[in-house]
Design a protein around this ligand. Structure first.
Ligand SMILES: Cc1ncc(C[n+]2csc(CCOP(=O)(O)OP(=O)(O)O)c2C)c(N)n1
Ligand SMILES: [Mg+2]
Length: 378
């Protein structure tokens, strides 16, 4: 039975609601970690690695070594690193298809992340998931989802499970700005607020849902305010500064650990197209130039140099090391074998006959036969 009190719906103005006035949470809760020099440098190191890894992945994609879709975290590195630093290893992460940086920063071996992109058997999802479907129970990264908003009800359900088990864990569920107009977003926030679920919803606002801007698609473009409809606490933070993101994420996580949901909006940039194949021609030259000026790697490096925490030489060393590790990951991935086709149905509920209702999920209709020869009829 849950140690947290499940809320029954209180009538408006009864005073029974907690957080009835959801405003930005201004103060740091007691005992919250502070970020000092070495930690900031480490944040930078992780950001640089994501950047070089993603660039290496983009190159592999153009060499046809990666199939399917491939969405990169370029421009979102500070957001990813700041958010992940606020989680404990026992917390859960659900994210969307723009996920490689999260997998790396959550601590999954870069070789296994790259191997997954290449669709190889050493990949984190054994090569069957690809770019959008990384899953690692040990690191508590429960996907990777290609359906916009698909992760939100699942993450909310995981938070409900935590609540039932009465353990000191939380869920973080990240999504893009465009996702806040999906019905499941609203349904999930509503139930999470009613039931006091331990979850932090994070909107990574890069101002674009594919080619559509937030201003064109959202009647309330200040997306953190969506929480207020559900009497949920919320905050908006500058996603170009990993330290600011980390501090805001810590505040959000503290609220969730106390048994209440939180919505954190992180303002970021998307430096390139929606996915690797998108030339992004819907953005003008001026906008692209502005976006590049706001590149978090450049702005954060400048801060670190100004503060005397890094020299230009040290920046070069960090960069070279990241390039080497990304190249090594790609070499590992290319050397890894493709998964055997006989394992195609091992990790899914799907069966050789789609939607067959006579069996339990995962139960095969036929004795396993070599996939190409098998007749797929209904
Ligand atoms: C239900 C659903 N509708 C449409 C799509 C196609 N689609 C993929 S990404 C995307 C845009 C989402 O934008 P946003 O949530 O801002 O995330 P970003 O790509 O900017 O990270 C769309 C419409 C989809 N995958 N799923
Ligand atoms: Mg977006």
């Amino acid at each position: 039975m849950s140690t947290r009190q499940r809320t029954t719906v209180a009538p408006p103005n009864s005073g029974a609601h907690q957080g009835t006035t959801p405003t930005a949470v201004a103060e740091q809760p007691a005992g919250t970690d502070t970020v000092a020099g070495e930690r900031a440098v480490d944040f930078y190191r992780q950001m640089v690695f994501i950047r070089r890894f993603e660039e290496r992945a983009a190159r592999a994609y153009t060499q046809a070594l990666i199939g399917g879709y491939c969405h990169l975290n370029l421009g979102e590195e500070a957001a990813v690193v700041g958010l992940m630093a606020a989680l404990r290893p026992t917390d859960y992460l659900f994210t969307n298809y723009r996920e490689h940086g999260y997998a790396l920063t959550r601590g999954i071996d870069p070789n296994r992340v790259m191997a997954e992109l290449f669709g190889r058997s050493d990949g984190v999802s054994k090569g069957w998931g690809g770019s959008m479907h990384m899953f690692d129970l040990e690191k508590r990264m429960l996907g990777g989802y290609g359906i916009v908003g698909g992760q939100i009800p699942l993450a909310t359900g995981a938070a409900l499970a935590i609540d039932y088990r009465g353990v000191d864990e939380i869920v973080m569920c990240t999504m893009g700005d465009g996702t806040t107009n999906i019905g499941a977003f609203h349904e999930s926030l509503n139930i999470a607020a009613l039931w006091n679920l331990p979850i932090v919803y994070v909107v990574i606002n890069n101002r674009l849902g594919m080619a559509t801007t937030v201003d064109k698609s959202s009647a309330e473009p200040e997306l953190y305010k969506r929480a207020f409809s559900y009497r949920m606490a919320a905050e908006r933070v500058d996603g170009l500064d990993p330290v600011a993101v980390f501090e805001a994420a810590q505040r959000a996580v503290a609220v969730a650990r106390g048994g209440k949901p939180f919505l954190l909006e992180v303002l970021t940039e998307r430096l390139r197209g929606h996915s690797v194949v998108d030339p992004g021609k819907y953005r003008g030259a001026e906008e692209i130039a502005l976006t590049k000026e706001r590149d978090p790697l450049v702005t954060f490096a400048a801060h670190l140099v100004d503060d005397g925490l890094l020299t230009e030489t040290e920046i070069t060393v960090i960069n070279d090391d990241a390039i080497e590790r990304a190249i090594a990951a790609a070499a590992f991935a290319e050397a890894s074998p493709f998964p055997d086709v006989s394992t195609l149905f091992d990790y899914t509920y799907a069966t050789p006959v789609a939607n067959d209702s006579h069996r339990l999920p995962g139960q095969c209709l036929f004795e396993p036969a070599p996939f190409p020869e098998q007749e797929i009829t209904r």
